[in-house]
Ligand binder design. Sequence first.
Ligand code: HEC
Length: 410
Amino acid sequence: MLLLALACATSDGTDSADPVVDGEVAWYGDVEPIVTQSCAGCHVAGGVGGFALDTFESAAPMAEAMAAAVETGRMPPWDAAPGCNTYRGDLTLDADAVARLRAWADAGAPAGDAADSAPGEPPVEALDRVDVTLSMPEAYTPNGATSDDYRCFLVDWPVEEATYVTGYRVVPGNAALVHHVIAYIASPLQVEEYQGLDDAEAGVGWTCYGGPGLGDQSDAEWMGSWAPGGSSGAFPNGTGIKMKSGSKVVLQVHYNTAGGDAGSDLTSVEVMTSDDVDAPAYIQPWTDPTWLDGTGMDIPAGSEGTEHSFTMTNTWSPFQVHTASMHMHQLGRTGGLEIEHADGSTDCLVDVQDWDFNWQRTYVLAEALTVEEGDKITVRCTWDNPTEEDINWGEGTGDEMCLGTMLWSF
Ligand code: HEC
C-alpha cells in the first residue's frame, strides 16, 4: 500500500520503473538529501538533536524511529502554519519525503551506492566560520528540585571593540539535559546587576524563567533565539546585532531532568562576528505594555481559547522585518504576528496553530517585509487554562506571556 501511495506521490514524473517504487530506496541518492536539509542542522555530532543522523552509519540504526517521527509529525520541529508566509530553510517534509523515509526503513535501511551521494544544500543551522565561542563559566548540575530547572549564566564576551553578531550555533554540553538555550545581551550598564543576581545564589548562575531575570524581562535584548527550534545559523540579509564594548552575554538554559539523573552540563554557543554589516538590526519584542503588571491579560480558570491581542501603529520611519517568532508559556494554544498596511492589505508574519513550548523557532522570512509609517502590527495569542487558578502575565512557569519578536533594521 505504501509503495502504491508513493508511486502517486512521486512528483518528478518517474513511473513505476523508479527504484523508489520498487522499494529499493537507499541512503545515497534518496534519504541523504532529505536528512541533510531537514534533520542534520540539529542531528549532527554535538548538535541540539542529541544524536547524529547525518551519515549512513549514524542514521541506519535509527531508520524505524526516523520514519515514525516524521509520520507522526513530531520531527522535524516546525510549528509555523503553511499559507502565512514563506521562510528560509523551511524544514517541512512533503508526502514524498515521508514516504521515502518509511520505504527506506521497511527495506532494512540499505546504503545503496556511495557514488550516488548528493547531499544537497547544507542545513541553515551551519555557520560559515566560528569567530567566538561562548562557554558557561563552569559545569552546572541541575538542582533536582523540579524536573524543569531554568538557569541563567553570565558569560564573558571576549571581543574588546564593538562588533556585530552575524550568526550563532548552540552546542549543548549534555544533550540529555539541555532542552533549550537562549542568549541575551547584557549591556555594559546591566553587567553589574546581572553579577548581583549571580552572587545572590549559591553555585554558578541563577534561577530565571521567561527571561534573564532583570527588571522588565520583555525588554531584555536577545542575541539569539531559542534552540532547539531556534533558527541558529547566519542572520539573514546582511544583518547583524551590535555588541557594545564591555557587554556580556546571559545564557538561559532550560534543563529537563525528567529522564533521571543525567549529571552536569557545560553548554557553549559558537558565534560568527563582523566589524561591519549591511544592516545593523535588533530583536524587537512586541507586546502590550499594560499586560506586564500582571493584571491586563486575564486567562480565567477553566477557560478554553481565551484570546488577547495588541496592535500598535508604526509612527516612526519605515523599517524592515526579517524574522518572526512567538513566545508564550505552557498553556499557549495559538499565536501569531500580522502587519496591516494603510491600504487595508495584510501580511502574515507567523501563525502558530498548535503551540509547543519546546519548539519556539525563529522563522526567517524568505523576503524581508517593509513596515511603512501608518502600518499596524498585531500580536495575538490564545490559551486553554484547565487549572483552577486565574492566570495572568508573569515570570513563573505557571504564569503566561504573549510576546512576538522580530528582527528589525531601519
Ligand atoms: C531543530 C532541531 C531538530 C531538527 C531539525 C530535527 N530534530 Fe529530531 N530531535 C530534536 C531534539 C531536540 C530531539 C530530542 C527530543 C525532544 O526534545 O523532543 C529530537 C528527537 C528525535 C528523535 C527521537 C524522538 C522521537 O520523537 O522519535 C528522532 C527519531 C528524530 N529526532 C528524528 C528526526 C528526523 C528524521 C529529522 C528530520 C526529518 C529531525 N529529527 C529533525 C531536534 C531536531
